[in-house]
Write a protein that binds this ligand. Structure first.
Ligand code: SF4
Ligand code: SF4
Ligand code: SF4
Ligand code: FES
Length: 590
């Protein structure tokens, strides 16, 4: 990269030539406040004006997030004119903002408050009419509150870039502008897949997950047997909420925190992941042997399932009929576990801690219920768990490391742990399919061909003792669409495809801690590019530490089949662990 010479506050620096002033200043150690600019130009509409600086020779102040550096440029960030202009820009945003920060779940992680703080903005500098409050709470996954929206456009860009769906856009004009699905519909009445990627990028409380903490509180109050299960990706990111560096696994402390919150049992969803592999691997082998519908596509990501139902109704027979791991485990808790402990399933309340907001939708699906009883009663995200821990006064960083409860569902394998990473389900399945086809254990357990942490498509041909299995992996719907269109056109060469709704898989789910460089002064400048890889490493290292790394070797899984389910894909297994899908209209009648 060519370097150029610039000056900031009269001090000389050399910077890469292709940067904006905002990026160059950061590389030189200056934080210019910003709001609408996000993630290397993913959103760059230059509208909020909180990043204004003075540039010698330029007419007026310039928006540093869109203005490129050039040779010899001289920039003033702290001139009185620039400081005042930035403060006034924030004050204008505050003038019509519903500032009920005490009741706002974004408080503590709100970028509007952050820029107000560093610019010294006064909340009453300009008298403005408050933006009208429309609150959309109909979708189980997410909530939209127009009174908190600053029209930055990040959510619009994320839905379009990551998912290629384009649910959100600007409605109306001028002071009446707001951001919403087309015609101001609810997320529940639009083909939104409830992945929560837009929530992950929103700087304010305008888009949030649909919290279910109240439901959990009510279950405790009602004296239910409240059992919690936590997904693999949660442990790889929860520490970020308590100032641990990104990629620090906090499994033991998380278990300790869940116990102190009062849960009767604390289980790892990894047991359910091993069970999923047993069911899904058997289903795949059956389809391979019996000329079944191929390619078979994984079904554990509910955002992806929503996308398939809205957009590719004719491809639904390609989806595995397996429920996702937490749903399978919930079904076992309310059947076998309940039977073994002599508890009425209706007195059990299962809480799943998930990196995902689409799981909130999934657990409500009629097709997921067994005899009218839901497998899972509440889903809370990694962020909601952090809120519950803080609310209870638990000093997370001082907790001891504790172990999962062991009865019935305590064992898990390395294969289960890597479910949280794109390519992980595929690798876990291949470890078991190899054994099923050859009767042997694979010596080199790692399938490096399917590993990666970014969105996009990866593919491999795996030769298992002469049987070649062509596989592909995609995360994010923009990538998935390519593979789905191949199937539609009859040109797909694959036997097995893994699709995850969120780019990078569950480690980057819509319920994971927000990653914002302005709140992470100790992380490197490229953290927006590297956080997925760091979280993925936390899971791969846990896989390496496991003595048992193939799902079919999990002793408690074997016991579950021996004593209760019979064999994988048995009638009982189908009743409890499998589901069905139905094509849906994109826009329901209002
Ligand atoms: S979005 Fe931020 S500024 Fe607005 S109410 Fe919430 S915490 Fe306060
Ligand atoms: S939840 Fe996902 S699909 Fe829905 S609007 Fe947000 S990014 Fe788009
Ligand atoms: S909802 Fe959030 S991300 Fe979308 S425009 Fe409003 S403030 Fe920005
Ligand atoms: S961050 Fe530059 S105009 Fe919004």
């Amino acid at each position: 990269m060519n370097k150029i010479n610039i000056k900031i506050e009269g001090i000389s620096y050399q910077v890469d030539e292709n940067l904006t002033i905002l990026e160059a200043a950061k590389a030189c150690g200056y934080e210019i406040p910003s709001l609408c600019a996000f993630n290397h130009g993913e959103c760059n509409q230059g509208s909020c004006r909180v990043c204004l600086v003075e540039v010698e020779g330029a007419r007026g102040l310039v928006a540093s997030c869109v203005y490129p550096v050039s040779e010899g440029m001289s920039i003033k960030i702290s001139s009185a004119k620039a400081v005042t202009a930035r403060r006034e820009s924030v004050e204008l945003l505050l003038s019509n903002h519903n500032k009920n920060c005490q009741q706002c779940d974004k408080n503590g992680q709100c970028e509007l408050l952050h820029v107000a703080n560093i610019t010294g903005a006064r909340d009453d500098a300009f008298a403005g009419v408050l933006t009208e409050t429309h609150i959309d709470r109909l979708a189980p996954g997410l909530v939209r509150d127009t009174s908190k929206c600053i029209l930055c456009g990040r959510c619009i860009a994320r839905c379009e870039n990551a998912q290629g769906i384009g649910i959100l856009g600007y409605e109306n004009r001028g002071f009446n502008t707001f951001v919403a699905p087309a015609e101001d519909r609810s997320f529940a009445d639009s083909p939104c897949i409830q992945c929560g990627q837009c929530v992950n990028v929103c700087p304010t409380g305008a888009l949030m997950e649909h919290s279910e903490i109240d439901k959990v509180d009510a279950a405790f109050k009602a004296g239910k047997h409240v059992i919690v299960q936590a997904a693999p990706a949660v442990r790889a990111a929860l520490g970020e909420e308590f100032d641990y560096p990104i990629g620090t696994p906090v499994t033991g402390k998380m278990i300790a925190a869940l116990r102190r919150l009062g849960f009767e049992r604390v289980y790892d969803v990894n047991f359910g992941a091993d069970l999923t592999i047993m069911e899904e691997g058997t289903e795949l082998l059956g389809r391979l042997k019996n000329n079944g519908v191929l390619p078979m596509i994984t079904s554990c990501s509910p955002g992806w399932v929503n996308y398939a139902e809205y957009n590719y109704g004719d491809l639904l027979p390609h989806l595995s009929s397996c429920k996702s791991p937490h749903q399978m485990q919930g079904a076992i808790i309310k059947s076998y576990w309940a039977e073994q402990h002599g508890i009425n399933p209706e007195d059990i309340f299962v809480v799943s801690v998930m990196p995902c907001v689409a799981k909130k939708f999934e657990k409500e699906r009629e097709q997921q219920k067994v005899n009218g009883i839901p497998d899972v009663d509440a889903v809370i995200t990694t962020r909601e768990l952090a809120r519950m821990i803080r609310r209870a006064g638990i000093m997370f960083n001082r907790l001891p490391d504790e172990e999962w409860d062991q009865d019935i569902m305590g064992d898990y394998t390395g294969a289960a742990v890597i479910f949280g990473v794109t390519g992980g389900v595929m690798e876990a399945a291949l470890r078991t399919v190899y054994h099923a086809l050859t009767g042997k254990e694979k010596e080199e357990i790692v399938f490096t061909e399917v590993r990666g942490h970014e969105a996009g498509i990866r593919e491999a041909s795996i030769d298992i003792d002469g049987t070649v299995v062509n596989v592909a992996i995609a995360s994010g719907m923009r990538s998935a669409k390519v593979l789905l269109d191949q199937i539609k056109e009859g040109t797909s060469k694959y036997h097995f495809i893994e699709i995850m709704g969120c780019p990078g898989g569950c480690i980057n789910g819509g319920g994971q801690p927000y990653v914002r460089s302005c709140f992470l002064p100790n992380e490197s400048d490229d953290i927006m590019d590297t956080y997925k890889e760091k979280r993925a490493k936390a899971l791969y290292s846990e896989d390496e530490r496991q003595v048992i790394r193939q799902s079919h070797n999990n002793p408690q899984i074997k016991e579950l089949y021996d004593k209760f389910l019979g064999e994988p894909n048995s009638h009982k297994a189908h009743e409890l662990l499998h589901t069905s899908y139905a094509a849906r209209e994109g826009f329901n009648e209002l």
